[in-house]
Write a protein that binds this ligand. Structure first.
Ligand code: JFZ
Length: 442
């Protein structure tokens, strides 16, 4: 940061032309700009947390899943044993993709490597990868092929933080109970990371992008720019210019990042204390769990209802944000049946109401107690997430027609001083999200 300020100051003294701020210095390629547009249009993705930890299923603790190595202070040597048992005999990539398609989601983000450091893909950088387990197959390759067949874009979650690699040193906030020697070559770790990313970007066809996590582990250690993000991001954009980069660091995006991630909160909200208030002008995405857990947890039955999650999806769309909805596949390779049911229910709603979500941007009315608006061309969608009463005044002009999106029943309206007043509204108490489509003059 100080270095950037120094460069800016020096540049200001010598150059007459305005100096772009550091955050503007990255110009996306045309492929990348097109991918961002595709991404914002997609509006709904499925997040998959799957790894060695899935086998432990939280160990009976509702609050533990993919963090079990850290939470239970398991040494790297002991945790490695899990690789000897990994054999998800029911894994069927096409079945996963079918479920994702039935949910209406347009993309998948899967954990290629989580904090435990285990590569779920065939990596030649280290034997600590899925092909050295009894399973021997490369589930990432199978999923990439199934996604290609199914027209689903595939993104890779990649943890910069690593609880296993000895060269992840100096250690950060976590990973301090793994029994690794207090020594390591940080530059060698970065080379390992870049080598794995190169594999992910060259062996699985065109991918949607890389979803980084774990940056924050080094946040409180003295060398804050230890990550050399620009070097890693440049590598990715060079290998696949259309691949999008996102980093779950919970602060304002760095140059090179193509969209901004929010964790279990809508942009601008911060109920979990994870997200700062900065909402950038990049495309936005909010990741959310179906129960309380990212990785499979056998005792967490606190499943959010389809209605709740559809409201989250619409609420996100009304804020110009994608929903990335998580499910943690089970150790046998199947998706959790409860989650499959929920995904199908969301898909059922989207088949009828998808026009109010896909391809939309945030609508002209900011989020309200009754719901949100989205817009696509000359159509504005009013999402009634709660009963607004019989009439609703909206600051929208030039309305030609108003109809329920589901069924097309006309909705009465009259011009009001500030826009229009919708009349005779009767949102059924059982409605999840009653959508009214307004046609406006072009
Ligand atoms: C991260 C991961 O740690 C988690 O396992 C999961 O993959 C999720 C999607 O992303 O979650 C975080 C990241 C940062 C903080 C908390 C949880 N943080 O800074 O407090």
């Amino acid at each position: 940061m100080l270095r950037h300020l120094a460069i800016l100051a020096a540049a200001t003294l010598t150059a007459a032309a305005p100096v772009p701020a550091q955050s503007d210095s990255y110009t996306p390629t045309p492929e990348n700009a097109a991918a961002r547009h595709w991404f914002a249009d997609a509006r709904f993705g499925v997040f998959l947390h799957w790894g060695l930890y899935s086998q432990l299923a939280g160990g009976g603790d509702k609050d533990i899943a993919e963090w079990i190595m850290e939470n239970k202070k398991i040494s790297a040597a002991h945790y490695e044993r899990l690789a000897q048992f990994f054999n998800p005999i029911h894994f069927d990539a096409d079945a996963w993709v079918r479920t994702v398609k039935e949910s209406g989601a347009r993309y998948i983000v899967i954990t290629a490597k989580h904090h435990d450091g285990f590569a779920m893909f065939a990596s030649t950088t280290s034997p600590y990868n899925v092909t050295t387990t009894p399973f021997r197959r490369d589930p990432i390759a199978e999923l990439a092929a199934a996604c290609r067949r199914g027209g689903i874009k595939l993104f890779f979650y990649y943890s910069q933080l690593d609880w296993h690699h000895p060269d992840y040193f100096p250690r950060g906030r976590t990973g301090n109970h793994t029994g690794r020697p207090q020594a390591g070559d940080w530059e060698r770790y970065l080379r390992y990371q870049d080598a794995q990313l190169t594999e992910l970007l060259t062996r699985y066809g065109p991918i949607g992008g890389i979803w980084f996590d774990g940056w924050w582990d080094q946040q409180k250690t003295p060398m804050r720019d230890r990550w050399q993000l620009q070097r890693t991001y440049a590598l990715i954009h060079r290998l696949q210019p259309g691949a999008l980069i996102v980093n779950n660091h919970h602060i304002a995006p760095f140059p090179g990042e193509d969209y901004q991630a929010f964790e279990r909160d809508l942009p601008g909200e911060n109920t979990n204390g994870y997200n700062g208030s900065v909402v950038s002008t990049l495309p936005l995405e909010m990741a959310e769990t179906m129960n309380g857990s990212w990785g499979f947890n056998m005792v967490d039955d606190g499943f959010k209802s389809p209605a709740t999650l559809i409201a989250t999806l619409a609420g996100a769309a009304g804020r110009g944000t994608n929903l990335l909805l998580n499910t943690g596949p089970m150790p046998d390779g199947r998706l959790q049946p409860e989650n499959v049911d929920t995904l199908k229910a969301i898909g059922g709603w989207l088949r009828i109401n998808g026009a109010s979500i896909y391809g939309t941007r945030a609508g002209p009315v900011t989020p309200q107690p009754w719901g949100v608006t989205t817009q696509s061309g000359n159509r504005i969608f009013v999402h009634l997430l709660r009963d607004p009463g019989a009439t609703l005044t909206l600051p929208v002009r030039n309305v030609r027609a108003a109809r329920l999106l589901d069924g097309g029943t006309p909705v009465r309206f009259r011009r009001a001083a500030t826009g229009i007043e919708l009349q005779g509204l009767a949102r059924p108490a059982t409605a999840v999200d009653q959508v009214i489509a307004l046609d406006i003059a072009g």
